[in-house]
Every structure is written in C-alpha cells, then in structure tokens.
Design a protein around this ligand. Structure first.
Ligand code: BES
Ligand code: MN
Ligand code: ZN
Length: 505
C-alpha cells in the first residue's frame, strides 16, 4: 500500500476515486464538507438529515457531484461531536476503507484527519488511519481450493489530507500505521492457517524467511536435540506428546542505535507457540476445539511485531523467542501427576495437561535471562479464565513492575488495542503448592488467569517482566471467526514509545 499526504483547501479540486468527508450528527459542517457542499451547490446539505444522519460509521456514496473533481464523495458519519475521539475517528476511517474495498477501488483519499479530534495529534491520527486501511484490505484465501483473484482487495494507494504544517508527522504516522497493519496481517494469517499447515516447523521456516527479508534480523531455529541440550524439560514434556517436531525460535533484531542502547539490553518478546491445543490427556471437549489452532497467536504476534519494527527500522534492539509445539494426547504424552524439570531447575507437577502454555513459556523465560534484557514481555493465549474476566475487549496485563505496566497500558490506549491490569501478587502463589514438586501447574478454580501469571512470575525474577493474556482478544469466534492481529498495535506502540523516552524505573 502506498501512503501519501496532501495539503490543500480546494477540496473540490482533488482528483481521486473516492474522497471521504466527515459529517457530525449535530453541529456545523467541517471545512472540507462546507467546501464540497458549496462547490456542488448544496448537494451535501440536501442529503444530511434525510438519506444520511451521520451516525458513527455510516457511509453514503455520492457519485459525480457537480463542481467536484473526485469521482465519488463519501459522506462518513462521525456521530455526536461531543463524544468524538480517536476511537470514533478510527471507526469512521475503517467504515470508509471498507466501502472503498467493497467498491473495488484502487485509490482513495480522506479528509477525516482534518476534523479536530480531542487528545490526538496528527501523527497518531495518521497511524490509526493507515492501520485501519491496511486492515480493511486483509483477505484470507490461502486454503481455498481456487482462490478468486477478483475477490482480492484492489486498494493500493491512500492519501490522507492534512494541514501543511503537519505533513511530516502525518507521513511518519502513515508509515508507522502501514507497518503495524502489515504486521497485523502476518499475525492474522499465521493464526488463521490450520494446524496441519502451520506446524512448529512451518513457524521456524517463517522465521527464517523473515531473516532473509531483513538483514537487521538474525534468526536461529533450534531443533529437539538442541532444546534438550538447553535442559528445557518442561517445554519438551509438552512436545513429546506429538509426532510433530518442536522448534525453539530465536529472532534477534538490531536497529541502528542499538549499540547505544546496549547498556540497557534488548526488549525480549516471548510468544506462546502451541500450534494446536487438544488439552493433551486432560483433553478438551469437542465443541469449538478447532479454535485451538489459534493457540499460537502469541507467537504470531511476535512475528507481526518483528516485521513492523524491522520495516520501520526502529533504532532499538528486540529479541523474539518462540517455543513452538503441539499439545496432543498420545502414549508419549504428559500424564496428570507427572513431574518435570524446567530449565531453571525448578520442578513442576503437571496436574492438568491442558495448562501447557505455562509449561513451554517458563523455559523460554529462563532462556531470556542470557540477554540481560531491559524488559521481557510474554504474549500468550494462556487461560479461558481471562476470557471470563475481560471478554474480548481488553487483553489481560500482569506485571509486578508498575512503571512497565503503566507504559504498556498507555500504549494499548493510544493504539486502540487496550489492556486491563490484573494482579500478580505473592498471596496467590500458595494456590500453586504441590506435595511432589516445587510447584503445580494449576492453581484450582479460583482466579485462573492470575495463577497462570503467578506461575510464570516464578521464572521471570531476573528482569522487568510483563505478561499479556490474549486468550480473549487475539481471535474472534462465530461468523467473524479469525485472528484479530492483536496485540501487535499495543506492542509496536510500546516499542516506538521506548525509542523516544525510556520508561522510568
Ligand atoms: N489455550 C488454552 C487457553 C484458552 C482456552 C484460550 C479457551 C482461549 C480459549 C490453555 O492452554 C488452557 O487450556 N488453559 C486452561 C488452564 C486450566 C487447565 C488451568 C484453561 O483455561 O482452561
Ligand atoms: Mn491448554
Ligand atoms: Zn493452550
């Protein structure tokens, strides 16, 4: 996708296939709407409040207006002026982009960022626009028998109108949003691919491909023997239930200024890469089990974030770690009551083989210590309990570090990819007590999302750490079934924030 900016007040002169013009459900016409209205001798006023009431996200297509060069003017409802926000802006942009895609347009321009939006600067609005537009062009057809090229979105070029004084920030925001959108698309595709294609081996190859695409990313993909040599007994105990070979994937990105940042250490992302979660011997019920192909969405979000960051030539240093395997029932599988030894030396009694995510993540968290990281963030579809607690609106955020938690919450808010903080307190640790090992892998029915985080906390003591439980936010169910690309926007926003000002300790 080509993103560009344009600054003019002669809105009726803009040549484009579709020009978005924002309209509030109440109040005056915005400057672009006023100009178009006058040039077209009142064509806008003639429909507003009649065919079009400007509710948020409503779109009305007006073709070939007299006195207007754009082939189409699309009125886009912004809702009530008093409740206008970045979120409303993004919804309006998204509705416009979707309309352009469904009309198979290849090019479009939007004046929506010219409408003043509280608490948002030009760069943020541009970032959200580009992200929204790329998302609107996402199309999954990888596993259709005969993918229809005619159904592929045609939108290739997008112009965001802006004030002359902020053209630079606007272009920077568009580039950021475009990269975030592409990262989300990769995350969505990896999530959507079925588990018989998207295996641990496939993910390893995907990492190598990313390493070939960007010189700034060095990749190593460890196989079973090497994982054994590292002593990752907990990870391997999950992997051994499947005939599909495990992989431990390391992606190491170094930006231009990373030498300077060296004293700080890299930021490490750890993504849960269970390519299919049957539950193992503690097997899951059949209903909706297909959705457990999404159990590698944490890993997929690490790929998406890496792609975005490399594309933006982010100045810092970023490491992505992905333990990848299947969780299957078999004669080689973990059994309830089995005790395994993690890379950290701590032993774990596996009371439920379906709490496998923490069993693979704990070894990756120990591996992360070697980087002396500035911070480690793990991303995992860890618990059904988190879906019960927060639904699919907020990602669960857990961290004993207030400053780190605050920066991640802020990033989520800014990127419209919100998270909500839940506790990781030692008082919950006693739920993980075991009579036969240093800890159990489950903490009973109470506070399941919290005890999952508390388990991980035992392996994350050597550095600043946060855990994102994306079980509710990384994919949609029902008619809209598919990976969402979250929390790539939150993660990229967080990283971009870091290059401006490091988080206070
Ligand atoms: N991948 C699941 C978590 C999950 C379940 C995500 C449903 C999204 C929807 C995870 O491996 C799991 O099975 N967790 C168990 C933990 C329990 C056994 C302590 C769960 O949530 O039931
Ligand atoms: Mn499970
Ligand atoms: Zn799982």
């Amino acid at each position: 996708m080509e993103f560009s900016t344009q600054s003019t007040s002669a809105y009726h002169q803009i040549r484009t296939a579709a020009l978005a013009v924002g309209v509030f459900a109440d109040g005056e016409l915005s400057a672009p709407a006023d100009v178009i209205n006058r040039a077209s001798e009142g064509a806008l006023k003639a429909v507003i409040g009649k065919d079009f009431d400007a509710s948020l996200g409503e779109v009305l297509v007006l073709r070939a207006l007299k006195g207007v060069r754009a082939e189409r003017v699309m009125l886009v409802g912004l809702g009530k002026q008093a409740s206008y926000s970045a979120k409303a802006f993004a919804r309006a942009q998204s509705a416009f982009a979707k309309q352009c895609v469904s009309l198979k347009l290849s090019q479009a321009a939007s004046s929506l960022a010219l409408v003043a939006c509280p608490e948002s600067d030009a760069q943020q609005l541009a970032r959200l626009s580009a992200q929204t537009v790329v998302n609107a062009t996402y199309h999954y057809d990888q596993t259709l028998g005969k993918p229809d090229p005619k159904l592929r979105p045609k939108l290739k070029a997008y112009t965001l109108l802006c004030e002359r004084g902020v053209a630079k920030q606007t272009q920077a925001g568009l580039d950021e949003g475009g990269a975030i959108g592409q990262g989300m698309a990769l995350t969505r595709t990896l999530g959507n691919l079925p588990a018989n294609i998207c295996t641990p081996t496939y993910l390893g190859n995907q990492a190598r491909a990313l390493g070939r695409q960007f010189k700034s990313i060095k990749v190593s993909v460890l196989e079973k023997k090497q994982i054994e040599a590292l002593g990752m007994g907990s990870f391997l105990s999950v992997a051994k239930g499947s005939s599909e070979a495990p992989r431990f994937i390391v992606m190491h990105y170094k930006g231009k200024a990373s030498a300077k940042a060296k004293s700080e250490g890299p930021i490490v992302l750890v993504g849960k890469g269970i390519t299919f979660d049957t539950g193992g011997i503690s097997i899951k019920p059949a209903a909706a089990m297909d959705e457990m192909k999404f159990d590698m969405c944490g890993a997929a979000s690490v790929f998406g974030t890496m792609l975005a960051i490399a594309q933006l030539q982010w100045p810092g240093e970023l490491v992505g770690l992905i333990p990848a395997c299947e969780n299957m029932p078999s004669s080689n599988a973990n059994k309830p009551g089995d005790v395994v030894k993690s890379m950290s030396g701590q032993t774990i009694e596996i009371l439920n083989t379906d709490a496998e995510g923490r069993l693979i993540l704990c070894d990756a968290l120990t591996y992360a210590e070697r980087y002396k990281p500035a911070a480690v963030i793990d991303i995992a579809t860890l618990t059904g309990a988190c879906v019960v607690a927060l639904g699919s609106v907020n990602t669960g955020l857990f961290s004993p570090d207030d400053a780190l938690a605050e920066s991640l919450l802020m990033a989520g808010k800014k990127a419209l990819d919100p998270a909500w903080r839940l506790p990781v307190e030692d008082d919950y640790q006693e739920q993980l007590k075991s009579n036969f090992a240093d800890m159990a892998n489950i903490g009973g029915p109470k506070a399941g999302a919290v005890t999952g985080a508390c388990f991980l906390a035992r392996f994350a003591k050597a550095y600043r750490w946060a855990h994102l439980d994306i079980a509710g936010t990384s994919w949609l169910s029902g008619a809209q079934k598919g990976a969402s690309g979250r929390p790539v926007p939150l993660l990229v926003q967080y990283l971009l924030q870091q290059s401006q000002a490091p988080a206070p300790r």
